[in-house]
Design a binder for this molecule. Structure first.
Ligand code: PLP
Length: 396
């Protein structure tokens, strides 16, 4: 294909834009992964990840996508036939349920409408009925990337405690980590599952597990078969600064740089920036006269917005026009939302002008694709962004 001038706008909700600093870090020469310099790198990145997860326990890094890290969370804590309570919040919750079932777990999959997060009251109700403690784990996707609904993890924790139930709490933070507030220790999560290609500003290729004390205890008794995903050799090798197999060295260079950038900006500022960009995006969507998929304002995602197409219009056609005419990728509708929604990713390394550029591409695309809408979405977003800037660059 002929060269297209200007930058491609990668506005899918992961993988996200890789900042130049991270790209440069990734391109450094690969080092000996058994040498002393590598052990220092391991210490730095694992320490930095613990800060991002707000986890005092170990964080493990696999050369894998997020799906591998899902599997690792399950095989290290559970045994064949164990009951797991999961919630159909969207496409990714459905995929995780599939992984669990294929591993031989008995999943109770609570149906959902793909427009809400997990209802903590349903968690409390279901667990209080499980008097014999048959449910061994509750597994929740924090930010459902297919719908733009964020589940309230602290409230779900309270519901589990309120029911006095000992189930492990497993949480997928794949599209929330580094974008939306997440507190592993404080929220009593036993295993959090993350990966590199979203708020961590990296290419795909790293799968993460953050572990709590109860998860480590459970892993001593768990009987699902595990080899590559086994936490034990990883924990032993990491203690000395190494990996039980060849690690993804260059991605770890990138990770060190990306963590440094998140800490320079300050995690609270990173979360506030995401919330502000999400609000600006929703204002644009409403001004266009379109509908945000998520129905519960408390559950609006700060990392992406899924937008419903008007009846009779195909979201994939809009995405095709936007890609062809404006060199921008938008997220597709997934699973049963295919063709019915498009998703605007506003997570990762994003500034105000990048967001306004992305929204401009959507607004122009809506016109060119003949989708009925009102003008003024970009103007509404700009008004909000302008109103929340203070002199000196501080955002409120
Ligand atoms: N969970 C969530 C919330 C996701 O958004 C994704 C991917 O986008 C996954 C899991 C699966 O991760 P991967 O595609 O890296 O295997």
């Amino acid at each position: 294909m002929a060269y297209r001038s200007g930058r491609h706008f990668l506005q899918v909700p992961g993988p996200t834009n890789i900042p130049d600093r991270v790209l440069r870090a990734l391109s450094a020469p690969t080092m000996d992964h058994r040498g002393p310099e590598f052990a220092r790198l391991t210490g730095e990145v694992l320490g930095g990840l613990r800060r991002v997860f707000r986890c005092s326990g170990p964080v493990l890094v696999y050369p894998s996508s997020g799906t591998g890290a899902w599997e690792a969370a399950l095989v290290n804590t559970l045994s064949p036939g164990d009951r797991v309570l999961m919630f159909e919040t969207g496409h990714f919750a459905t995929l995780w349920c599939g992984v669990a079932r294929r591993l031989g777990l008995e999943v109770e999959f609570v149906p959902g409408d793909w427009r809400h997060g997990v209802d903590p009251e349903v968690v409390r109700w279901r667990l209080s009925r499980d008097r014999r403690g048959e449910i061994k784990a509750v597994a929740v996707v924090h930010n459902e990337t297919s719908t733009g609904c964020t589940s309230r993890i602290a409230e779900i924790r309270e519901a589990i405690d309120g029911a006095g139930h000992p189930a492990l709490f497993l949480v997928d933070v794949i599209s929330s980590l580094g974008s939306i507030d997440y507190r592993h220790d404080e929220w009593g999560v036993d295993v959090a599952v993350g990966c590199s290609q979203k708020g961590l500003l990296l290419p795909p290729g790293l799968g993460l597990n953050a572990l709590g004390e109860r998860a480590l205890e459970a892993s001593r008794e768990a009987r699902l078969p595990r080899s590559y995903w086994d936490w034990r050799p990883m924990l032993e090798s990491n203690a000395g600064g190494y990996f039980p197999y060849t690690p993804p060295t260059n991605l770890l260079y990138g990770l060190r740089e990306a963590l440094g950038m998140l800490f320079e900006e300050g995690l609270e500022n990173v979360f506030a920036r995401h919330r502000r960009h999400a609000e600006a995006t929703r204002r644009a969507v409403r001004a266009w006269g379109l509908e945000v998929l998520c129905l519960e304002p408390e559950e609006y995602s700060a990392s992406l917005t899924a937008v419903l197409m008007p009846e009779g219009h195909d979201a994939d056609e809009l995405r095709r026009v936007v890609l062809e005419e404006f060199n921008m990728s938008l997220g597709a509708g997934l699973g049963k939302l295919a063709g019915r929604v498009f998703r605007i990713g506003h997570l990762g390394d994003l500034g105000d002008l990048m967001l306004v550029g992305a929204l401009s591409g959507v607004e122009m695309g809506l016109s060119l694709a003949g989708v009925p809408h009102c003008r003024g979405g970009v103007a509404a977003a700009m008004e909000y962004l302008t109103g929340t800037v203070r002199a000196g660059g501080e955002r409120v």
